[in-house]
Ligand binder design. Sequence first.
Ligand SMILES: Cc1ncc(COP(=O)(O)O)c(C=O)c1O
Length: 394
Amino acid sequence: MIGVLDMIYNFDEKINRKGTNSAKYDGLKRYFGYEDLNPLWVADMDFKTPKFINDEIIKAAENSVYGYSIDDEQTYNAIIAWQKNRHNWQIEQKDIYMINGVVPAYSACIEAFSDIEDEIIVQTPVYPPLFKSVKANNRKLIINKLKEKDGYYTMDLDDLKSKISKKTKILCLCSPHNPVGRVWSKIELEELATICIENDITIVSDEIHSDITFKKFTPLASISKKIADITITLNSAGKTFNIAGLNCAYAISKNINILDKFKLVAQKREINSVNFFGYISTKAAYQNGAEYVDELKEYLKENMKFTKDYLLKNCSDIDFLLPEATYLLWLNFRKTSLPHDEIKNKLLRESKVALNDGRSFGSNGDSYFRLNVALRKDALEVALADILRAFNSN
Ligand SMILES: Cc1ncc(COP(=O)(O)O)c(C=O)c1O
């Protein structure tokens, strides 16, 4: 294990994000109605993108030409090596298709693998675009709620089976899961995939959080050929290296029919044109980023443990289970006995913090708010004190 003092990368460096077209900082008034909030919401990090990526971006910028970009062999090789080295998943260049974002790709999958009025299963609470996109594409949204016990979430496969019909065409898997922080075990994934194989359902596996994991992560399609045959995986280096704004992502499928169908829709929707800096940064990230990710995970783990201890020490009615993945804490305010809207108002007007509203992740997000702890430890401590002040004075 790396001690924080031995780290090469400095996650304690102060940075400014205000006035930089940052959705997290400059979108507060638009999304929350107030400007004077501490932004602890959108899933990007308040850390500088590492030098080994930034140097490549600067080098490219110094050439002062920003024309259309095209994919290259080094980018594919970097993705292939990363998936092999980090997740023991062997993929080939022909399995990969470059796209400009996981969310646009998910929307394209809906069009590619289902027809209007077909049913798509989504497991809530979950990252909102994964269910919003179903309705936006005129498909029927079927909710398979996750089961929760003492903060630990599992899949409800009996409920899932009962909801499958002839019209069910896609299961949307969020793996690891945002916001509940689960890294699904191989057994859980196998059980889920078996049901989908039996019912001829394509799985779209959103694995964008797969690198920030604190237990063994298994890419769904790496489990077996049978599972790979019904799966399309969506991923990007965006979350891991804080380059989400550079709009570079990729789809993977070992089933050529699935990948070809996806490509047709991606081309029709023009989502296969990747940002010039997207290729450069993704390549640099995957070629040089292993040590950075190891250190980042240690820092995030400490922030999460610090938050847990802080809440315990201060006898807070706010609770959460340490996540198995991501830097997002799914805070449960149930013990405060306050109505959801009152909790929200206290966070906004007394604590002056912007957290993601649990209700936006589905109806079972009531009394929950999502806290992003990818920030400097001293800034986190200030934010926690602000949150507790509003709730401990009940
Ligand atoms: C589960 C999940 N999928 C996708 C995204 C966004 O992906 P992209 O920016 O590549 O569209 C996020 C961002 O928070 C996410 O949490």
